[in-house]
Design a protein around this ligand. Structure first.
Ligand code: BES
Ligand code: MN
Ligand code: ZN
Length: 485
């Protein structure tokens, strides 16, 4: 989507958009010839200006027909304004209209930036594999002009634009199929971040063998695609933040379950099992794009989990880089195996003060929370509070779950230091307990189980069906509020 800024409405704009606050129709001023007609039509149609409400009509303007959109922004709060921009653009995207002009109407510059942010997020789609899409289903909207020239260079917009670019990268990585995005090609897609000043470190299989990453390599050994560990570092603090924040993502580019094979129906969904790593990459792009004042490393543990003559077997015992041994009772509980080595290596290599890992780790979290919250597990109450707060503010919500010694006991193994599955209940918690065994004393850590959040079966206010980009707005908010103050 082309987004441009101008003070005057371009002649060729065929849609004119006005934001309307809740119950503000009577005071609204629309800079069009037939303003009164439009306002009374909206009233007749019972438009109230509620967030996400969209009224559409056609008028004659300077002798031509224009589409006019009134977009409700409720009381004008941040998430309302964002979703108003999103709902507005969803209505226009495939409508036949090509060029939309957003009037500032009642919004201040901060709200206008949010409105455009919502519109940009909602207009993202992946059509590259659709060669026979019927003409009528194709998106027609090509350009958005925002009628405030000053906004283009304003920090509000620059920052949000960087976040939207990060979300777009996450969505792209998640939406691409597993024959296109596998460990090596995931790294290649991220390489554009180097241009933004992000430093790269990539471990190949041989280096991981030398480091003793037996847990991660055990998952990978059934695949012909070699694994990768990708670390991206952004330091916007000029060296003043000594210990970085670490973000660690599960990047299983496809999860068949391995020898503990998943059932066929729905298995295709498991291309999104790299959603944690995707969120880490997108967040790094957002942070570097807006030159965030933070020192952060983003680590992605990248493997494919396949059944094969060389695949690991249920019952195999592997030795992780930490030295702890693991009995692999279920090869489908592979995310924790990948993360155990990624987490340990991250702490050894970067000495982070805070570690946040993101993973599509368990189906059980979807049973608990559906698609409304990601699960948050944390060894530190303040960190949990900060993350939950960032979740509420950003629109990427979290819900906290408990950790304790009784849950931890469930993953003791009769033959090794631990086993990779617990008992019948609390599957998301025993998975988190497993990860916690790889966190060093004194490190503040949170695990976010995002299995229910990375993919949407229905369109939402800021995304179409498919990849949501969950996690980027959350982490960006958490960093803004806790590292950049
Ligand atoms: N990637 C899956 C979790 C998942 C399932 C994410 C459905 C999104 C949708 C993970 O690797 C997995 O298979 N977990 C198992 C763990 C079990 C074997 C203990 C699960 O949740 O069934
Ligand atoms: Mn699995
Ligand atoms: Zn998985």
């Amino acid at each position: 989507m082309m987004i441009a800024f101008a003070n005057d409405c371009p002649k060729n704009a065929d849609v004119l958009v006005f934001a309307i606050a809740k119950d503000a129709l009577d005071e609204a001023e629309l800079a069009i010839e037939q303003a009164d007609l439009v306002l009374s039509a909206a009233k007749t149609a019972r438009f109230e200006g509620k967030p996400g409400e969209v009224f559409e009509t056609f008028v004659e303007e300077s002798g031509t027909v224009k589409r006019v959109i009134l977009a409700g922004i409720g009381k004008g709060k941040r998430l309302n304004v964002e979703s108003a921009g999103g709902s507005m653009v969803a209505k226009i995207l495939t409508s036949g209209a090509k060029h939309l002009a957003i009037h500032q109407s009642g919004m201040d510059q901060w709200q206008l930036a949010r409105f455009v942010f919502g519109a940009k997020l909602r207009s993202w789609r992946i059509d590259k594999y659709r060669t026979t899409m019927p003409e009528k289903q194709k998106p027609t909207l090509e350009a958005i002009t925002v009628l405030d020239q000053n906004l283009e260079t304003a920090k509000e917009w620059q920052d949000l634009n960087a976040v939207s670019e990060g979300v777009a990268l996450t969505r792209e990585l998640v939406a691409e199929p597993a024959n296109v995005i596998y460990p090596e090609s995931f790294v290649a897609r991220c390489e554009e971040l180097k241009d933004l000043g992000v430093e790269f470190q990539v471990l190949d299989q041989e280096e991981m063998e030398k480091l003793g990453m037996g847990a991660l390599l055990g998952v990978s050994q059934g695949s012909v695609k070699p694994p990768r560990m990708l670390a991206m570092r952004w330091d916007g603090t000029n060296g003043s933040q000594k210990r970085p924040l670490a973000l660690v993502g599960k990047g299983v580019t496809f999860d068949t379950g391995g020898i503990s094979l998943k059932p066929g129906p729905g298995m295709g969904d498991m291309k999104f099992d790299m959603g944690g790593a995707g969120a880490v990459a997108g967040t790094m792009k957002a942070l570097a794009g807006r030159k965030a004042n933070v020192h952060v490393v983003g680590v992605c543990g990248l493997v494919e989990n396949m059944p094969d003559g060389n695949a690991q077997r249920p019952g195999d015992v592997v030795t992780s880089m930490s030295g702890q041994t693991i009995e692999v009772l279920n090869t489908d509980a592979e995310g924790r195996l990948v993360l155990s080595d990624a987490l340990h290596w991250t702490q050894e290599e970067f000495d982070p003060e805070v570690v946040i890992n993101l993973a599509t780790l368990t189906g059980a979290i979807i049973i608990s929370l559906g698609d409304q919250h990601a699960g948050c597990f944390c060894n530190d109450d303040d960190l949990a509070e900060d993350l939950l707060e960032a979740g509420k503010k950003s629109g990427d919500p979290l819900w906290r779950f408990p950790l304790n010694a009784a849950y931890d006991k469930q993953i003791n193994s009769p033959i090794a230091d631990m086993q990779n599955i617990g008992g019948k209940g609390a599957g998301s918690i025993t998975a988190a307990q497993f990860l916690q065994r790889f966190i060093k004393d004194g490190v503040k850590w949170s695990h976010l189980d995002i299995a229910g959040m990375v993919w949407a079966d229905k369109p939402g206010p800021l995304w179409d069906k498919g990849a949501t980009g969950y996690g980027v707005r959350l982490l960006n908010q958490y960093i803004t509020d806790n590292f950049e103050k």
